[in-house]
Design a protein around this ligand. Structure first.
Ligand SMILES: C[S@@+](CC[C@H](N)C(=O)[O-])C[C@H]1O[C@@H](n2cnc3c(N)ncnc32)[C@H](O)[C@@H]1O
Length: 382
């Protein structure tokens, strides 16, 4: 499925397209072949060697990671993963930079749909975002390179499609679409009046809720201004009404009980352990009685094999994702109950991918996915 074109998307010229297509194919190679090959190498070569040397099997994901990195194939896969990620930012970045004046101009639109954007230049960006260029993204989410710019948003929109090799849909919408469909099916009584998407980035997961819940008002927050400027312009271009605002999900300015649904798609693993607890507690505060808070993330390490944990935890050590390791060590029950929810109201499940269900998309998996195409979500009903 090609990426859906809209007026905010940075379209590559001939040479840029050639480079981006190369990265897209390389990424497929990494996901489908190199990672699968790693398992074979692990079972056939690395594990037997580890047993010979230690008289036992590895006990931790760290032992597996380190053993794999002593093997030439493990080194090759690690280098390939890193290079693919860097080439992705490079090939999309040059294309976005070339088009930036136009993209910035396109973003200064008058809302036709009633969508809004509210920025807060005084908002302090948390250190867990400023201290690292997260997943190698130059400048991370929050860096403006021109005035009122959309660079980070444009970079992220195209790169997310390449990184997912199109498996989350033409508008990168599968997380939101799948979780929204799950909520409708499992909680038909909910009828949310207001929905909040936290850490919305450019709104990939936000927009499906506009169509799935046409009677609800949709709100979305992020700390990063360039992502929000882009998200607002993209939503307007796609005819969706969203109230975007620049806020920290740890402490927002919405009143108590304002929302019936508070959602986070892949935000927690990019924050600190303390921030995660605060974000969940804030979700609890923001919910009306009967409301639902849900987070999509990769499942805890103790629910997947040590080998899979080692493969995913590679990002912690090499892909500038310093919090992934810790995030997957936490106990979801403890997190949810500490935030104020009752254990009996906890939600902890795998949500089938809406696209995998149609059979039209070759589901390659994400950090939160499981074979067959499903996303791990956890949270609770208030
Ligand atoms: C991986 S992206 C999320 C992707 C997006 N939810 C989606 O499904 O496409 C993480 C986003 O969370 C934002 N973020 C991180 N910490 C935050 C916080 N404390 N409050 C609000 N946004 C935050 C980042 O700026 C970034 O845009």
């Amino acid at each position: 499925m090609p990426q859906a074109i809209h007026p905010m998307l940075a379209l590559p010229d001939h040479d840029e397209a050639a480079r981006q297509n190369f990265v897209f194919s390389l990424r497929k190679l990494v996901v489908h072949h190199a990672k699968a090959g790693s398992r074979e190498i692990y079972e056939g070569r690395v594990l037997p060697k580890f047993r010979r040397e230690n008289g036992r099997a590895p006990k931790t994901r760290h032992e597996i990671r380190k053993s794999m990195l002593r093997d030439t194939y493990g080194q090759y896969v690690s280098a390939l993963r890193l290079m693919t990620q860097e080439l992705m930012w490079d090939s999309v970045g040059e294309s976005v930079e070339r088009q930036l004046p136009n993209l910035n101009a396109n973003a200064k639109i008058q809302s036709k749909s009633g969508g809004t954007i509210q920025l807060d230049p005084k908002l302090k960006i948390p250190r867990y975002l400023t201290g690292v260029d997260i997943h190698g993204m130059p400048g991370s989410y929050q860096t403006d390179i021109t005035e009122d710019d959309v660079y980070a948003g444009a970079l992220y929109d195209r790169s997310a499609y390449i990184r997912g090799t199109g498996s989350t849909g033409g508008l990168n919408q599968d997380f939101g679409q799948s979780i929204g469909e799950y909520i409708i099916e499992k909680f038909p009584d909910l009828n949310p009046r207001r929905i909040l998407d936290i850490g919305c980035s450019v709104g990939h997961s936000t927009l499906p809720y506009c169509d799935l819940f046409p009677d609800a008002d949709i709100f979305a927050i992020d700390v990063a201004a360039p992502m929000l400027r882009y998200a607002h312009a993209r939503a307007e271009a796609l005819g969706k009404t969203v109230a975007f605002s620049q806020q920290n999900a740890e402490a927002t300015d919405f009143p108590d009980g304002y929302f019936d649904l508070v959602l986070g798609h892949a935000i927690l693993h990019e924050t600190s352990t303390k921030a995660m607890d605060r974000i969940l507690a804030e979700g609890h505060r923001l919910l009306a009685p009967g409301g639902i808070c849900l987070h999509f993330e990769g499942p805890p390490w103790n629910r997947i094999s040590l080998f899979d944990a080692a493969t995913h935890d590679w990002d912690t050590h090499f892909n500038h994702e310093p919090f992934i390791g810790k995030m997957h060590e936490v106990d979801p029950v403890e997190m949810v109950t500490q935030a104020g929810f009752k254990k009996s109201k906890m939600i902890d499940t795998y949500v089938p991918s809406a696209f995998a269900k149609t059979g039209k998309v070759n589901f390659v998996g994400t950090t939160g996915s499981k074979a067959g195409g499903a996303y791990w979500v956890f949270g609770a009903r208030k």
